[in-house]
Design a protein around this ligand. Structure first.
Ligand code: PMV
Length: 330
């Protein structure tokens, strides 16, 4: 099935004329149980479910307006070259939603994640684009359908439609209509995320290619879906019981298992920098001293810390530059 066929099934049959402009915001999210491996690369359908936490006010705001001639992209106040990877990915996604072949978009995006934070902005970016399209054309789609549409831009974007803890169901249907994200009810006000930025350089290999290479060549990939299934159950239990130790241990173990699986790919996929290893040792040293802090890592060298509000001052001792997010702050 193609992306266009999925879209045809989801969008209202009677289409209204676009508004003059529409603006939407979506939060960034960090997976505690990772998405790493697709069962369908065209539709970004995952092999396994995943679970994330959204970062509140940190994310992407997108304004869309119709435009003649060609698409135009402005990111954080700067006009972006059409051949840049940002513009090409956004244009490919928007190209799925042109009401007429000569209909183009003026896209103004602002990332509230500090630009140098080394956090992937594709999840919040595609989620905000989807929400802005929903406003621009007054589709009035529910969040589940919007989550499916955002997934067509980037898998993890399906989770950025929601606040707090979010589970993305892998689904089984070849159409992907059962592969959407949903929020969990639990709120955890004293939970904190710490962003530890070690490098904002372009990563050596993007997640799409890295996932395919892992699946095709890593001897450890065979056990990855089972690991995810077990970790997902344990994480949901930790969240519903507010068991921070279990949450941290499972999230850290899941991230390391994902990276171990990638390391065993041939050639190896190595996102760690020497600084990443050093930071991991700092996390472990803090834990040995009684400060309960855990980390997770994605397709890049930076660490994301998990800790509770009461431990903030100890975490800052180990990581003076940490940027702290309170995901459940009102
Ligand atoms: O959605 P993508 O293609 O950017 O992949 C995201 C992959 C990870 O961030 C490493 C894991 C995840 O679940 O977010």
């Amino acid at each position: 099935m193609t992306k266009s066929e999925v879209i045809e099934q989801l969008l209202p049959k009677r289409r209204s004329a676009p508004r003059a402009a529409a603006t939407a915001f979506a939060p960034a999210n960090i997976a505690l149980c990772k998405y790493w491996g697709k069962r369908d690369a065209e539709l970004n359908l995952p092999t396994a479910s995943s679970l994330s936490i959204s970062l509140g006010k940190l994310g992407s705001e997108v304004t869309l307006a119709p435009r003649a001639g060609h698409d135009r992209f402005t990111l954080n106040g700067q006009l972006i070259a059409p051949e840049s990877s940002f513009a090409r990915r956004a244009a490919a996604f928007l190209g799925l939603f042109r009401p007429a072949p000569d209909f183009y978009y003026d896209v103004t995006a602002t990332n509230t994640v500090p630009t140098a934070a080394g956090l992937a902005s594709s999840a919040s970016g595609f989620a905000a684009l989807t929400l802005a399209l929903n406003e621009l054309f007054a589709w009035k789609l529910d969040r589940r359908k919007l989550s499916i549409l955002a997934r067509l831009g980037s898998g993890s974007a399906s989770r950025s439609l929601f606040e707090g803890f979010v589970e993305w169901h892998a689904g089984r249907a070849p159409t992907g209509m059962d592969s959407f994200a949903e929020p969990l009810a639990t709120k955890w006000p004293d939970l904190r995320i710490g962003l530890v930025v070690l490098s904002d350089k372009e990563k050596p290999i993007g997640s799409r290619d890295a996932m395919a290479q892992t699946r095709d060549t890593s001897p450890l990939y065979a056990v990855w879906p089972e690991t995810v299934a077990r970790d997902l159950v344990a994480l949901k239990e930790a969240i519903s019981q507010r068991d921070f130790t279990q949450l941290g241990e499972v999230a850290e173990g899941n991230a390391l298992a994902m990276h171990a699986t990638m390391l065993a790919a041939r050639p190896a996929i190595l996102y760690f920098l020497p600084e990443s290893i050093e930071a991991i040792h700092t996390v472990h040293a803090l834990r040995a001293e009684g400060c309960e802090v855990y980390f997770t890592m994605d397709a890049g060298p930076n660490l994301k810390l998990l800790f509770r509000k009461a431990d903030l001052r100890y975490v800052i001792k180990g990581f003076p530059e940490v940027q702290v997010v309170a995901p459940f702050a009102t």
